[in-house]
Write a protein that binds this ligand. Structure first.
Ligand code: ADP
Ligand code: MG
Length: 238
């Protein structure tokens, strides 16, 4: 049975979250009393100008940062109730992260990069990991690059490898911070199509992006200004 069918309720519930950073004697309010619910299977774009709080929000959803106040519930866990090691374990099993600059380890092959999170989380049986890495690389269209070092791949191929790595432990939730920000527009479109395919399989996806035509791909667009949601729109074009 598909495990995702067994999970009920919201994928994400952000309640009255504030995140401030110290700035000299003062502080910057990066996220300002933000409420946000995202259901299982949604495909959401977060847009907004530089400095509007997009990365901060994503880091709060991933449990990389903790809110100054308020609560974040994601993938079945109240993140505030978890210890640092509990958060790391939760993240490893439930969240796939994709970044603008890929962040592949340069000394490991592409397949080894994909296997690494499997080794950390120990969710996938050890005997399955190598084959699974190959399957995931096939899934994102770069099965033939598995044994190369990341530096031998194009930017688009490296981002596909990073997406395969994010899928390593079959997480229900994918979070991507400007995953196309370092790609030409044609390559960016192809990478966004990979996300669309993963969403069609039932994964919940939140993608921070500057792409103008993101509305052709996602189902919902949230706009941030100064750490607040100023627009939250369903996209019907799809
Ligand atoms: P975005 O991703 O939309 O560009 P960020 O979430 O990175 O926005 O930043 C939101 C605000 O918080 C900005 O004013 C930024 O300068 C500030 N900020 C983000 N991270 C830090 C940090 N680690 N220390 C201090 N200020 C930060
Ligand atoms: Mg950012």
């Amino acid at each position: 049975m598909n495990r995702r069918c067994l999970i009920v309720g919201s994928a994400i519930q952000v309640s009255d979250v504030v995140k401030t950073y110290p700035l000299g004697a003062d502080e910057v309010v990066a996220v300002d009393h933000l409420d946000l619910g995202i259901e299982e299977g949604e495909f959401v774009a977060v847009v907004g100008r530089s400095g509007s709080g997009k990365t901060t929000l994503l880091n709060l959803l991933a449990g990389i940062d903790r809110p100054t106040s308020g609560s974040v519930v994601a993938a079945g866990a109240d993140l505030g109730s978890l210890s640092e090691s509990g958060l790391a374990e939760w993240r490893g099993r439930n969240v796939g992260l994709v970044f603008q600059f890929f962040q592949l380890l340069p000394t490991l092959t592409v397949a080894e990069n994909v296997m690494l999170p499997m080794d950390f989380a120990a969710k996938i049986p050890a005997v399955r990991r190598r084959d699974r890495a190959r399957e995931l690389l096939e899934r994102v269209g770069i099965g033939d690059q598995a044994d190369k070092l990341p530096s031998m791949l194009s930017g688009g191929q490296q981002q596909r490898a990073a997406i395969a790595r994010a899928l390593a432990n079959d997480p229900p939730l994918l979070l991507a911070d400007e995953p196309t920000g370092n790609l030409d527009s044609h390559t960016a479109d192809a990478v966004l199509e990979v996300f669309a395919g993963l969403n069609a399989e039932g994964r919940t996806i939140v993608v921070v992006t500057h792409e103008r035509d993101i509305r052709a791909i996602v189902k919902r667009e949230i706009t941030l200004v100064d750490g607040r949601v100023v627009a939250d729109e369903s996209v019907v074009a799809r």
